[in-house]
Design a protein around this ligand. Structure first.
Ligand code: ADP
Length: 327
């Protein structure tokens, strides 16, 4: 195994608050250990297009509290092709970049595993996604901040929902994972949740409404995960419910990209700092093709294949918590 003298760092896919804190941690730990650091802009696309700059410690000053990513991010179709990845590898060689740290979600980890396999490049990943949908780690960078943003927004919607006795559907992000929706619903005292992991929820929701949630409450709030919801997300659900229960004042709100922004919470800054530090330690110790995660508050190295492929189930007990507490 050849010695690592320089690393490249990139952020890829969906942005998440805390990515900057991770860039800072990786850069500073690498420089502390005598490595050269290259910032690669716009994810894999920037690697293909040679959008690369050497980073010193000052490049990452005052970014720990900033949302977004100073390295920018992108979705690169070209990198999905063997030809695109070959160009990316050529640029790594050109700058004498020996290893990569990739911060992103499951798509980014998939891309990293291809590059690692095809060109024998040492790569370590950091889980950067608000969706919390990577297996092998209890949390991902950005999840806590997004959850707090959701909490803030839903609290505000609750004020108006209560004043008008409304049935509100609120759509949150999460792609195929219901973590944001379920924990967001618990944190804001919502009446119900619709998540991709549970198939029978629409019927239960109808029951809740039919049995008159208003017996004890003047309003009801339901959080819905975006995208693949067969009922058409919050908008579709609101429409269906209005048709079935025309007497109710049904409204919907889609939180959208608000959820990606903002200064990262303390939890995300600490997670990003710990995992960023651990990424360089792992590379120096000869670890390859792993994503750094946290399990039971301990740093763990998760093979890419496990992080990407394994299902990360939701805790069924959390659904019970929601239902019991919302009577
Ligand atoms: P995220 O990392 O947030 O899940 P994406 O799914 O968009 O976001 O993936 C980010 C990038 O990772 C893609 O634009 C692409 O360049 C790369 N990528 C994703 N899937 C693959 C794949 N199957 N093969 C190669 N590269 C991939």
């Amino acid at each position: 195994m050849s010695e690592i003298k320089s690393i490249g760092i990139l952020t890829s896919g969906g942005d998440a608050p805390g990515m900057n804190a991770a860039i800072r941690a990786v850069t500073r730990t690498a420089i502390f250990n005598g490595l050269k650091v290259y910032g690669i802009y716009r994810g894999y696309q920037g690697l293909i297009e040679d959008h690369i700059e050497e980073f010193k410690t000052q490049n990452v000053s005052n970014i720990i509290s900033r949302g977004g990513t100073i390295l920018k991010t992108a979705r690169s179709m070209e990198f999905k092709t063997p030809e695109g990845r070959a160009l990316a590898y050529e640029n790594m060689k050109k700058h004498e970049i020996d290893a990569l740290v990739v911060i992103g979600g499951d798509g980014s980890m998939t891309g990293a595993s291809y590059l690692a396999k095809e060109f024998d490049v040492p790569i370590v990943g950091l889980p950067g996604t608000i969706d919390n949908d990577l297996a092998g780690t209890d949390v991902t960078i950005g999840y806590d901040t997004a959850m707090n943003t959701i909490m803030d927004c839903v609290d505000k919607i609750r004020d108006t929902a209560t004043s008008h006795a409304r049935l509100f559907f609120i759509e949150v992000m999460g792609r195929d994972a219901g973590f944001l929706a379920l924990n967001g619903a618990i944190a804001t005292g919502c009446e119900d949740v619709i998540i991709p992991e549970e198939k029978t929820q629409y019927e239960q929701l109808k029951e809740l409404v039919a049995n008159g949630f208003r017996k004890s409450k003047s309003s009801a709030m339901v959080i819905v995960t975006e995208s693949k919801d067969p009922n058409g997300g919050a908008m579709g659900l609101a429409k269906k419910m209005k048709e079935e229960f025309p007497d109710y004042d049904v409204r919907c709100s889609i939180l959208g990209h608000l959820q990606r922004g903002g200064s990262p919470t303390a939890a995300d800054r600490i997670l990003a700092s710990r995992t960023g530090y651990a990424a360089i330690e792992a590379l120096l110790q000869g670890q390859r093709n792993v994503m750094i995660g946290v399990h039971n508050d301990h740093i763990v190295n998760v093979p890419f294949a496990k992080a990407i492929k394994d299902d990360k189930p939701i805790d069924q007990e959390l659904l019970n918590v929601l239902r019991v507490l919302s009577i």
